[in-house]
Design a binder for this molecule. Structure first.
Ligand code: NAP
Ligand code: GCO
Length: 261
């Protein structure tokens, strides 16, 4: 093994929904490892904000307004990335939403909306990118899974169903396209400090105390905690890792939880 195996020099990486949050952190790490960065968001104002944020970090990122649930828009975006950047070597299906509603109060339309973004969209975007990866003879797909790929909890039925499905979609892409030197793996973040979890993190909030007690590291994760694992899974150093979900959770899944004092 050579350290250059961890380099992303010369690679084009598309990170969906990466104007901020986990996607932004992963894309920033990819840039540091030498990759060219492409990202998308639903709104032009967020894409503009994202481009400015990447620029501030010294990164020349290309941004697209694209709703990942819109197959035509995704296919057009993928084609334009290949036309203008030359390839899509790395795809991170990061865009996602959550709705925290007790199941009996959740409308079917709300359930479908979460499934659409968190599961159908990774299928759509992967399907748009894989042909280009086959043509190039290599590709890396990283699906951002979750603790809810393994565990349930009150109010997140749609999200857990989607993220559980995303774990199996990861394994299936690995199975179906590994023969083309495409590796598809997942990252399962623990509880990370981003806008998505802000409602759960107010000091004194019972959930905040709960997660600290469930995490051996006794802290919330930061988006930066995901950067090294993501670079590893996007690099040649992981060319024989396929269909794996790498949990970056500070030990939550291994831990029964701090015993009451
Ligand atoms: P976030 O702060 O809510 O950011 C999600 C990003 O996805 C936003 O940029 C959002 O754009 C974008 N997005 C949502 N729907 C989209 C669509 N239809 N098309 C394009 N972009 C869309 O979330 P995060 O905490 O960074 O999470 C990123 C990923 O990690 C998600 O898949 C999430 O499920 C997963 N995850 C998060 C945690 C955590 O603790 N934070 C833990 C495990 C897994 P808008 O702002 O325009 O909506
Ligand atoms: C929740 C949280 C979690 C995290 C993450 C954990 O409401 O339980 O939002 O779902 O976002 O997915 O891995």
């Amino acid at each position: 093994m050579e350290m250059k195996d961890f380099s992303l020099e010369g690679k084009v990486a598309w990170v969906t929904g990466a104007s901020y949050g986990i996607g932004f952190a992963i894309a920033s790490a990819f840039a540091k490892a030498g990759a060219k960065i492409v990202f998308n968001d639903i709104k032009q104002e967020l894409v503009d904000k994202g481009i400015a944020a990447y620029k501030e970090a010294g990164i020349e990122a290309k941004g697209y307004v694209c709703d990942v649930t819109n197959e035509d828009a995704v296919n057009e975006t993928a084609a334009d990335i290949v036309k203008t950047m030359g390839s899509i070597d790395i795809l991170v299906n990061n865009a996602g939403i959550i709705k925290r509603i007790p199941m009996l109060e959740m409308k079917a339309s709300e359930f479908r909306q979460v499934i659409d973004v968190d599961l159908n969209a990774p299928f759509i975007v992967s399907k748009a990118c894989i042909p280009y990866m086959i043509e190039k003879g290599h590709g890396k797909i990283i699906n951002i899974c979750s603790m809810m790929s393994e565990l349930g909890r009150e109010t997140v039925s749609a999200y857990a169903a989607a993220k559980g499905g995303l774990k199996m979609l990861t394994r299936n892409i690995a199975s179906e396209y590994g023969q083309y030197n495409i590796q598809c793996n997942g990252i399962g973040p623990g509880y990370i400090e981003t806008p998505q979890t802000a409602p759960l993190r107010t000091p004194g909030h019972p959930f905040n105390e709960f997660i600290l007690a469930k995490t051996p590291a006794n802290r919330w994760g930061k988006p930066e905690d995901l950067q090294g694992p993501a670079v590893f899974l996007a690099s040649d150093a992981s060319n024989f890792v396929n269909g794996h979900v790498l949990y970056v959770d500070g030990g939550i899944l291994a831990y029964i939880g701090k015993q009451p004092q």
